[in-house]
Ligand binder design. Structure first.
Ligand code: BDP
Length: 709
């Protein structure tokens, strides 16, 4: 008997074990019976007029979702005629009287007592997004009676960027191999591609760049165009268009392999322009809804138009010309910096791009990283935002945690995204709509096109993102791409409810943890405006790193520690990068006494003994951050332990393990920083903190070992 009971217990455990594959689209049965019945009364049928593949995806998703949530099969019918009590999906042009206007891709949910619940969109995609919005409403336990919701995306092109290579590896990927099985495509189409598309559509993501920005010319061969087309065929029914990163000298590289091939990739050469026009034509023949090209050029050794004495605009406009007959765009990246030891890398993108404002074709969007350096745990916003009024600028965020502890450290990124989006560029008077978000949503400069991109954190791991908590970053990026006014807290709560648990206390505990996680990481990793304490591997602490082929690839270039103090003087007495911001911004940041502490060392070289607004000296403040940051990971562990009863055991154990690793590594970071900086500050570790129980040599050795192959 005992054995049977044990067996049954095991089976029930197995039945609930969650491998994370379903992401936030779990659709588990709602346990609250009256609630479930209330939903069921409004979902007696799904009526859908029209047969487009996207409407079919919408109806199928709704049926599948309701089947899981309500535990009953809801029939799909062609027409509601006189029936009530069901859900009607319709592509309705024109807005309903008196309500907010429905835009392309937007959706409207309306329900009245004793009628039908209507999900309408101006386009098929709008209906699909409306379906996911309704499911979200049910998944998060909200009423679906008397609905009057209209939601339009604030940004037109909402993209993921995959840094995936032909050999299946992912640049800066921490969740396994590429999702795209190039060697199997186009003949074999993994069903997982559809689930990828569903997840993205549930957030409103409508485009994906499938290959690395450090691009291979192979993606432009007929062989690869067919493979990419097979993916596009799956994604199309979910409103997702495919884009390709292109290798700028492809005409030359591929040309050299064909008879009478090209000897140049000069964007002003007519033969090169013809090559691109023909290539683009081939792509559109295979992928009629192809989205366009993403380009990394003259950046980190990647070739580009400057190799031929041409400008970024010459290169981008050539591709725009090739795309002219089609509905495609060019996303040209602004991530550029030169190997000039005298210049400040911070200033490079602004210096190269602002003089070109107004010279780009109208099909070109410049894609700008959120900060001026490179996806650091905390950066001030890029000064390009607000300074390119005549050229649409897209935001590029990095979802994958290249500088945020890979897949072990738990960092919820919505606060990082929001911090940037909500910062005022002061192009207009404060509070009058000139935040970074207002730049990229086009409202500030009336851009004709708007875009946002997130460097994906997905891979072939069963749970997609390696760390189950990193799913929240994909989710948060997508939700903010749709509506940047959503709050980090609201998004976190929604995600936890849909993904982990709806037990109120656990939801609160996890949401709080998530909201604090980014600041905790910054505290032990790069507090007070420190940045880039890495060399090759963007993981192990190496603030002492001073040798590299280029100065801006060392760690000391960024923190500038010396016997006087710490930090990079970017005021007028230093590199004067601050001059790239509006006077109002400069005014706050140029004075070390008014500069917000999180940005202090980005702009100032501060004496170790200077008293900060907190009442502590710089040295003491740094130590306080390093120590409390590392200790706070212990707090995260305790908080997480408390939610155990509410969380699936497999996910609970997975996160518990990762947090233990994070705690050890946070202490490693703390010790590395304080021991190293102490060689300059010559100050003791302030009470109540204890001196590390290892030496600088010990931690240096650890980092060296970490870098071994
Ligand atoms: C850096 C990454 C590098 C990318 C580069 C980029 O380390 O792998 O290729 O950004 O964005 O952060 O182009």
């Amino acid at each position: 008997m005992k054995r049977i009971l044990l067996f049954l217990l095991l089976i029930s455990q197995l039945a609930v074990a969650d491998d994370g594959y379903r992401l936030w689209l779990k659709y588990d049965l709602i346990k609250d019976m009256p609630k479930r019945e209330a939903y069921a009364r409004s979902a007696q049928f799904i009526a859908v007029t029209g047969t487009s593949p996207m409407l079919k995806s919408a109806a199928d998703e709704l049926q599948m979702g309701l089947q899981g949530l309500l535990g009953k099969s809801v029939p799909i019918i062609a027409n509601a005629t006189s029936r009530t009590g069901g859900i009607v999906l319709s592509v309705a042009n024109g807005p309903a009287a008196g309500s907010q206007i429905l835009m392309a891709d937007g959706y409207r949910l309306t329900s009245r007592r004793a009628g039908n619940l209507t999900i309408s969109g101006k386009t098929n995609a709008g209906v699909l997004y409306g379906v996911f919005a309704l499911l979200r409403q049910v998944q998060t336990g909200q009423s679906i009676d008397n609905l009057a919701v209209t939601s339009n995306p604030k940004i037109q092109y909402r993209l993921l960027n995959h840094w995936d290579n032909t050999n299946g590896t992912i640049e800066r990927g921490y969740a396994g191999e590429s999702l795209w099985k190039w060697y199997e495509l186009p003949e074999t189409v993994d069903p997982r591609y559809r689930d990828y598309a569903r997840a993205n559509a549930s957030l409103g993501i409508n485009g994906t760049v499938v290959n690395n920005v450090n691009a291979s010319a192979r993606f432009l061969t007929d062989e690869y165009i067919q493979k990419v087309a097979a993916l596009a065929n799956v994604f199309r029914a979910y409103g997702i268009r495919i884009y390709l990163s292109v290798y700028f000298p492809a005409p030359k590289t591929l040309g050299s392999l064909t008879p009478n091939g090209l000897k140049t990739a000069d964007p002003l050469d007519p033969a090169v322009r013809k090559w691109w026009a023909e290539k683009t034509k081939d792509i559109y023949k295979a992928i009629p809804d192809f989205g366009g090209f993403l380009v990394k050029a003259n950046s980190e050794g990647e070739p580009g138009p400057q190799d031929y004495g041409r400008t970024h605009a010459d290169g981008a406009n050539m591709l725009a010309e090739a795309l002219k007959p089609y509905d495609g765009i060019v996303l040209w990246r602004a991530f550029v910096y030169k190997s000039d030891p005298k210049s400040d890398r911070f200033k490079a993108a602004y210096e190269e791009f602002t003089p070109l404002d107004g010279t780009f074709d109208k099909k070109v969007i410049i894609q700008v990283k959120n900060g001026p350096i490179d996806f650091q745990p905390r950066e001030p916003y890029s000064p390009l935002f607000g300074n390119m009024p005549k050229t649409p600028l897209a935001m590029e965020f990095q979802i994958t945690q290249e500088y945020l502890g890979f897949a072990t450290h738990w960092v919820y990124e919505a606060p990082l995204f929001k911090e940037c989006l909500d910062t005022d560029t002061h192009v207009k008077d404060k509070g009058t709509g000139s935040t970074v978000a207002n730049v990229i949503d086009g409202s500030l400069h009336q851009y004709a096109m708007t875009a946002i991109a997130g460097v994906a954190n997905t891979g072939s791991d069963r749970n997609w993102t390696g760390n189950p908590m990193a799913q929240a970053n994909w989710y948060a990026y997508g939700r903010l791409a749709w509506d940047h006014t959503l709050t980090s807290e609201g998004i976190a709560r929604e995600w936890v409810n849909m993904t982990l648990t709806s037990e109120p206390k656990a939801v609160k505990t996890i949401t709080d943890l998530m909201l604090r996680s980014r600041n905790i990481y910054v505290s032990y990793n790069t507090p007070l405006g420190l940045s880039r304490p890495w060399a090759g591997v963007h993981f192990a602490p190496e603030p002492w790193q001073e040798k590299s082929p280029r100065p801006d690839w060392t760690a000391i270039y960024y923190h500038r520690a010396d016997s006087i103090g710490l930090g990079f003087d970017r005021t007028a007495t230093g590199s004067n990068a601050l001059a790239q911001y509006r006077p109002e911004v400069q005014k706050i940041w140029q004075n070390p006494d008014t500069c917000p502490l999180p940005y202090l060392l980005w702009f100032h070289h501060v004496p170790w003994t200077k008293k900060l607004a907190t009442g502590r000296t710089l040295w003491d403040e740094l130590c306080t951050h390093f120590y409390t940051g590392a200790d706070s990971v212990g707090w995260m562990q305790q908080q997480w332990a408390q939610v155990k009863p509410a969380i699936d055991p497999q996910i609970f154990a997975d996160v518990t393990g990762r947090l233990a690793t994070q705690h050890n590594e946070a202490i490693w970071w703390r010790d590395s920083w304080v021991l190293y900086l102490q060689t300059y500050s010559k100050q003791p570790i302030p009470a109540p903190f204890q001196k590390p129980d290892r030496t600088l040599e010990d931690v240096k050795r650890l980092s060296e070992i970490y870098k071994l192959r």
